[in-house]
Ligand binder design. Structure first.
Ligand SMILES: [Zn+2]
Length: 317
């Protein structure tokens, strides 16, 4: 199918841009002739041209189930078209979002520029004038998956998910990609400059600096104080340690003036999330007030079966 091949090409591109997608985050889809092709859970968009990453679902049955709020929509496993799906693939946790939006193509990314606005207490008010003229919606934080889909109102072209990321939808792939670029440009925040400091006392055995911008004093402070978005929590744990208060060997240590320090044994997914934290923190201004996950939100994410499944996949640990 030409559309699926084109989607795979675009998915590989998006997945290779760490300012849009980190590790197995993000997902893309196309609807064709009663079939929803959506990225499979735990697969990397960056590998879209190397291996099968799209699961096929029976769209009419799934659409009816969504309308009935059928509990089977939580995993969507029941709607898989086994005849079309490569073995071992399970539908993305965001499958209902992809099925429920009417547009043919849906792209969901963890766009750093979007996230650096969407994690702020006043994010909705900041974003509103920047997205003026687009059909867009601010979506207050809700646990990903079916609950998140049920909080949105289908009909917009752009959705900004608080403490999470961005969705664009269009009937052509070209239009969806163009929309992604427009939103990314409009929500772009300047990189804050960190003061140069001596690395003396910062370098640690078993750690190295991530390939990320140096942290400002306020960026390190804000990033250490809690968790901004789901994949950070799932892959790196709650918040992050600062260099002054390290206990044990945390996966990431934040030191102002330097990129995040990462433990040398981190998985590729953890490393991608550490770089993402550096990319987001570098865009935070001193007077920004982030909204962190509450203890309840963290608990719900960590104990969610879909996330436990994702962590069992090769490369996703
Ligand atoms: Zn997401």
């Amino acid at each position: 199918m030409d559309d699926l091949a084109a989607l795979a090409r675009v998915s590989a591109e998006l997945g290779s841009n760490r300012l849009l997608v980190q590790a197995a985050g993000g997902n893309t889809s196309v609807k064709d002739d009663g079939v929803l092709w959506v990225k499979a859970s735990g697969r990397w968009l960056s590998k879209a041209l190397d291996e099968p990453i799209f699961a096929a679902l029976d769209l009419p049955r799934l659409t009816r189930a969504i309308a009935l709020a059928d509990p089977a929509c939580e995993t969507c496993d029941a709607f898989l078209r086994d005849d079309l799906t490569a073995s071992g693939l399970r539908p993305s946790v965001e499958t209902t979002l992809h099925a429920g939006l009417p547009q043919r193509f849906v792209l969901h990314v963890h766009c750093v520029e979007t996230i650096s606005n969407a994690i702020l207490e006043d994010g909705a008010a900041r974003v509103a004038p920047l997205l003026d003229g687009l059909k867009w919606q601010w979506v207050p934080y809700t646990r990903p998956g079916f609950p998140l889909f049920r909080t949105i109102t289908p009909g917009a072209d752009v959705y900004v998910f608080a403490n999470h990321g961005l969705v664009v939808a269009a009937d052509t792939l070209e239009a969806a990609v163009a929309l992604l670029a427009i939103v990314g440009r409009r929500l772009a925040r300047p990189l804050q400059t960190a003061p140069a400091r001596s690395a003396r006392g910062v370098e640690r055995a078993g750690y190295r600096f991530a390939d990320a911008p140096a942290l400002t004093l306020h960026g390190a402070r804000l990033a250490a104080a809690g968790s901004f978005y789901p994949d950070h929590l799932v892959f790196l744990g709650s918040g992050a340690a600062t260099i002054d208060e390290v206990v044990g060997s945390p996966p990431v240590i934040l030191a102002p003036g330097f990129p995040p320090l990462v433990r040398e044994d981190l998985s590729p997914a953890q490393l991608a999330m550490a770089e993402c934290l550096g990319d987001v923190a570098a865009r935070l201004a001193p007077d920004d007030r982030p909204r962190y996950f509450t203890a309840r939100e963290e608990h719900d994410l960590v104990h969610w079966d879909a996330e436990k499944y994702r962590l069992t996949l090769p490369g996703a640990e």
